[in-house]
Design a protein around this ligand. Sequence first.
Ligand code: NAD
Ligand code: IPM
Ligand code: MN
Length: 367
Amino acid sequence: MSNPSLLILPGDGIGPEVMAEVRKIIDWFGAKRGLAFDVSEDLVGGSAYDVHGVPLADETMAKAQEADAVLLGAVGGPKYDDLDFSVKPERGLLRLRKEMDLFSNLRPAQCFDALADFSSLKRDIVAGLDIMIVRELTSGVYFGEPRGIFEEGNERVGINTQRYTESEIERVARSAFELAMRRNKKLCSMEKANVMESGILWREVVTRVGKDYPEVQLSHMYADNGAMQLVRAPKQFDVILTDNLFGDLLSDCAAMLTGSLGMLPSASLGAPMANGRPKALYEPVHGSAPDIAGQGKANPIACILSFAMALRYSFDQGAEADRLEAAIEQVLADGVRTGDLLAEEGVAPVSTAQMGDAIVAALDASL
Ligand code: NAD
Ligand code: IPM
Ligand code: MN
């Protein structure tokens, strides 16, 4: 049987820097755990635009559709700010999500004990935190029509449309309830049913799907209150289900509960393929971090944890995912820190590559 295929799209800015560390981890699992992947690499975002004039070439899109899993670094950067909207780096990522139909975006926010003092919140608010945000990823205001900038009278108007069908809400809700069943059986759905019809429908459909999961304790919250509750008392949540735009905001917010945006991984999952595994793309929640790109300062953990999610959700290697997460926890407990995790003065940060090497050493020690 051939090895499972992994398409790697490092992207822009710190994307290639953090992905280089993931490659070390992938090589380690191949050499030490007999987990071999057919790895291929391609371009996305600004780096694809530079070569092809588009942020995602059709051939790359086709490769992504074929791959058992796709791993992406980050896209975007100031160099591309003035490009036409249709070829902006971010459009490449959005095309991948849409055409692969990756409707369920899992964004876990876990506070490693060693980092509980690094959050901008007090230790006891975040210590032991382990929540999962399920963000709808292929619809809502990101994709709704009409959209565009139009002339209206003697001025222009910018239009985007929040649009959700019942079936779009239902499938992402189902994925969140399934996840809740495997976790603490607690799900909070967030929308703004007080001001948006799409929110009213969202609440109705989620409530209906919830009838199929009577063991799951379902609650509803307006998303603005949800944002406040996330920083007031985040441990009241287990699974949070929300739409595309609210999920984008709430997950960046949740990142700071873990100590740094450089810690948050994600899995974007679609319907099952012929082999029973979901179509999947794994990527850190953070962006291309232009302010630190090219300096070897980026924290590679979000991207490495995204590979751990790939081991778990695409390759049925939950025990190896646990091993990788434990290695990261060990390294953090040993005090190894990239600059984004430094609170104390006088402690020297390690580089992106040194962090990767430390995680490989911890993996070695786990054998
Ligand atoms: P960003 O996530 O790139 O950076 C926000 C802040 O967090 C910066 O100060 C950055 O230095 C820091 N940071 C992010 N990741 C880090 C890491 N791994 N280690 C240490 N520090 C880290 O968000 P932004 O600055 O708003 O956006 C920059 C570009 O990235 C934009 O073009 C944006 O569209 C794009 N973006 C891409 C993705 C993606 O590819 N999934 C996600 C978010 C933003
Ligand atoms: C994210 C990013 C993306 C989003 C951008 C880069 C398209 O912010 O993955 O969180 O808005 O979804
Ligand atoms: Mn975002």
